[in-house]
Write a protein that binds this ligand. Structure first.
Ligand SMILES: *Cc1c(COP(=O)(O)O)cnc(C)c1O
Length: 450
């Protein structure tokens, strides 16, 4: 157990840190919004929790009916510092009253540069770095690929099984799973290749064995000289919180460096304290050439970054990178506040503490329930994978039923995984221990009832 002080949950004095159900989920007001959503919002935009959110903070999301749900999802790994963190709110309010937009490519401003300086300092690697800012994780990945291709003069990009890199055209090609991310949305970008991932629970390979398998595929089917970049999530997110076996990532990085290939770590989900380190890459002792960041970077505001070796980042010609909104001043102000909290308010230690609570409870559950095939993860990024004990096959139906019932009982949990059989736990780091334990109790009792 780390000695760091437990973070006091934040979120405003009026937001009680409790699970409170005053109606069924959804209640009448939430249902009213869901009906309007159904008739006005494109069907392709789904939702996990059938509620109308009106407030959130600490470890809870409050809905329009007055229900208070325990948040074990952080809006998909975004509210790392907590929802509406007071420092983020203050930074946004001050900036929004000053100016809202000039376009950094028209009239630059300080906060963008300060975010770049901070990312250059925080990302792994003791070499000169530069950054560029964008709006979303997918946009960061797109730009990382653009830069790597320009730097190497090569076309091919290698991604991995179970990868998730976004929903734009290029990132759909990089993403592995067809449903729901890709089906019917092709044709996809060319020169993208998929290598086998290290997935210890399924492949039973050591890290070096899994790396040799991937490298052989790349050399035989793509050709090292054609490869601009290898992109990988050090801990895969949407694909199932898959932690590669020891030695897998270092072997891939070594191969990249021996072959002039840019190694891109997509840290959009695992980075910035989520996995119990500033970057998940550090947990495996690797130093990427480029890192993509987003999700937890700005306390809920939309910002993403690409950070990398200066000589790689500078390969793109002036005017070749950018976008109207990328690194918007309000969002950069939020990011500076959130990054300050992550760095200086004990967030890494808190992620580790939360991880110990999650792992302890889930491993205890696993010991008495053979349907939990695997419990894994790092920091506040922990998952349970569900299987049919008789066959070992993924049990997506159980996973979906448990997640749905947890939400009905006031605990927001998210599923993930190529086989849809993983429940992932990624609470805001501002959640209190009591609330977290209560959330896990609900999960345990729901599981016992299924
Ligand atoms: C969420 C995610 C993305 C895409 O980010 P968006 O902001 O949704 O575009 C890319 N990579 C990883 C690892 C992610 O988890």
């Amino acid at each position: 157990m780390s000695n760091a002080a437990v973070i006091t949950p934040v979120g405003g004095p009026t937001l009680a840190q409790e699970r409170r159900l005053v109606t069924a989920i959804p209640g009448p007001r939430s249902q009213e919004l869901l009906d309007r959503k159904a008739s006005s919002v494109a069907a392709g935009v789904g939702h996990t929790a059938p509620i109308a959110a009106v407030a959130a903070g600490g470890g809870v999301v409050v809905d329009a009916d007055g229900n208070s749900l325990i948040d074990l999802g952080s809006g998909i790994a975004v509210t790392t510092v907590g929802n509406a963190h007071p420092k983020v709110v203050a930074a946004v309010q001050a900036q929004v009253a000053q100016f809202t937009h000039t376009c950094f490519m028209v009239s630059p401003y300080e906060s963008y540069v300060a975010v770049a300086e901070t990312l250059n300092r925080l990302t792994p690697g003791d070499f000169p770095k530069k950054s560029a800012l964008f709006n979303s994780g997918a946009e960061a990945v797109e730009n990382a690929v653009k830069i790597a291709r320009k730097y190497t003069g090569r076309p091919a990009v290698v991604a991995f099984d179970h990868a998730y890199h976004g929903r734009t055209n290029l990132t759909m090609a990089l993403t592995a799973k067809a449903m729901p991310y890709k089906s019917g949305f092709g044709p996809f970008a060319s020169d993208i290749y998929r290598a086998p991932m290290s997935y210890p629970f399924h492949d039973k390979l050591t890290g070096p064995e899994a790396a040799a398998r991937a490298i052989s595929m790349i050399e035989k089917q793509v050709g090292a000289d054609n490869v601009a970049a290898v992109i990988i999530e050090p801990i895969q997110g949407e694909g199932g919180f898959i932690v590669p076996a020891d030695g897998f990532l270092p072997a891939i990085v070594d191969w990249c460096h021996a072959n002039g290939v840019v190694f891109i770590a997509d840290e959009v989900q695992a980075g910035l304290a989520r996995a119990g380190a500033m970057f998940a890459s550090e947990l495996f002792g690797i130093v990427p050439d480029m890192v993509t960041t987003a999700k937890g970077i700005a306390g809920g505001m939309p910002l993403s970054g690409v950070t990398g070796r200066a000589e790689i980042m500078d390969a793109a010609h002036t005017g070749g990178l950018g976008g109207t909104y990328g690194g918007n001043p309000v969002v950069c102000a939020a990011a500076l506040a959130a990054l300050d909290v992550i760095e200086h308010d004990g967030m890494i230690e808190r992620a580790q503490q939360i991880g110990e609570i999650l792992l302890g409870r889930l491993r205890a559950l696993q010991a008495g329930d053979p349907r939990i095939g695997d419990v894994r993860g790092a920091g506040a990024m922990i998952a349970a994978e569900f299987v049919d004990p008789a066959t070992g096959e993924p049990d997506a139906a159980l996973t979906a039923a448990v997640a749905k019932e947890c939400i009905a009982q006031g605990v927001i949990v998210l599923t993930c995984g190529t086989y849809g059989n993983v429940i992932r736990f990624l609470p805001p780091l501002s959640i209190g221990d009591e609330l977290l334990n209560e959330g896990l109790e609900v999960v345990a009792s729901v599981l016992a009832a299924h």
